[in-house]
Design a protein around this ligand. Sequence first.
Ligand SMILES: Nc1ncnc2c1ncn2[C@@H]1O[C@H](COP(=O)(O)OP(=O)(O)OP(=O)(O)O)[C@@H](O)[C@H]1O
Length: 322
Amino acid sequence: MSCFSSFCVTPMASPPLLFSSTRNPSVGGDSFRRGFRCCPLSLSVSCGVSVGEETGGSAAPTLREVCGGKVPESILKRAEEIGYTVPTDVQRQSLPVLLSGCDCILHAQTGSGKTLAYLLLVFSAINFQKSAVQALIVVPTRELGMQVTKVARMLAANPVGGENMQKACTVMALLDGGMLKRHKSWLKAEPPEIVVATIGSLCQMLQKNIFKLQAVRVLVIDEVDFIFGSSKQVFLLRKLLTAYSTIDSRQTVLASASIPQHNRFLYDCIQQKWTKNDVVHIHVNPVQPMPSHLCHNFVICGKKERLHVLLSLLQKTDLNLG
Ligand SMILES: Nc1ncnc2c1ncn2[C@@H]1O[C@H](COP(=O)(O)OP(=O)(O)OP(=O)(O)O)[C@@H](O)[C@H]1O
């Protein structure tokens, strides 16, 4: 029987992130995973409780804790050096699911941290001793490909003082407008562990048999809605998902900021064999565009009273205009 899980989260509080965002409550990844693993039918979970309520007031987990020992130490150290210590909502919700090996649809707004979530999965799945393409990240544009490659290379670099921690992992950017000849030699001589590719360049390589996907353990399609929205790219993407590799040989992650008609999309993923039957839909939905602890007040007053009221309001709050 077809079975997928849909997981919706409503944001509640705000974390110390490198970007401005709202934050949502945490739901224990383990209990959630146990729930959907045992459930033969589709499951939709919608949560609107704060972290405090959920965890009995204990502190929110760190990125390291959320990774549960499944991401190599050198990568976690690098992530912490870069400043990724507190997971974003989508990372907190998705990492336990991703790292358990499930296919996943990451559905969260732009800038919510989907890239780091799937990259941590990629690094957890790679055998650093093996020189073969083990993870493939497909992007719709060269620009996005360059961004993802940059973050992947930053994470793959040795952490300070950890030069001998692990064999270096290489990341190839196989993007439209790049030098495919050079990539061809590189792929033959010493295949990188991770390839970030635009679908056009990737399929050129696949058609010419320069590149094969037999060692690929993780396939990520970023901005999947964008690719499916382009008639040129969608044909190649379908081929990639079903002909060049199969669902049983890989873990599939489809990421997007918007998935119109997501129930229909999930149904298609299963029916068309783009993902396994137990694909998990993680939908982090920013219902509140403003942090919930921020409150707005207003006072109606005449001209004379204005300064006095403003000053007394400032005294009551910790707002610092200086
Ligand atoms: N755990 C974290 N802590 C602090 N900053 C983070 C964390 N995760 C991601 N960021 C930062 O948040 C910003 C946005 O992240 P990212 O680009 O991964 O979002 P995204 O959801 O993949 O966006 P898009 O849909 O545009 O691809 C980046 O600058 C990234 O460095």
